[in-house]
Ligand binder design. Sequence first.
Ligand SMILES: [Fe+2]
Ligand SMILES: [Fe+2]
Length: 216
Amino acid sequence: MELIDELRAEHDLIEQVSRAFLTYADLPAATRTGPDWAAFLRFFRLYVNHFHHAREEDTLFVALADRAGLPADRGPIAVMRADHARMAGLLDGVEAGLAGGDAPDARLREGATAYVHALWHHIDAENSVLFPECEPRLRRNGVLQLPSRPMTADERAAMAAGLALAGRYPASPHADVMRGDGCIMCPAFAVTCRGLELEWWNEWEWDEFEDRMSGG
Ligand SMILES: [Fe+2]
Ligand SMILES: [Fe+2]
């Protein structure tokens, strides 16, 4: 499905720029420049929030709820939406820290790190759990394609500036971050989401599972 392929490719790009953002945030304050902070923030606001997250919410999640009959008020859709909102808040925090002028450097660095780590966790969950489940569930309900939209001029400029920053601030390894597939690391697990099987599986998926387990 083209939209999902696009969203996956956008994750790769977002990952690249977010790694550069960490490299940048770790630099000594004197070597960082105001315009680069602004360009990073613009990338996250326009390309990540306004373009990427918005299409997930207004197209993919809406189709999952309205056409595949999946719950929107709990489970994976609710968790992904809440993640988007939480990450937007973390980004606001970074921006507020910058606007403060005399913001202590460590706090800015912490804010940038918290934001990027949340973004990575979210991307891992979508790539490994949500996206692979979308296509078969939509197809079963007769949805073979979902609309996308081209970037606006502002979004495209923010993306290009983000890629330029990724070239200038190469990624450094962050071995302390837990990455990986699945829901195990998800803080929403057992809170707002009981796991994909309990939230999304229908009767015949459970029947099939039970048959398999009993060797039938
Ligand atoms: Fe998302
Ligand atoms: Fe995403």
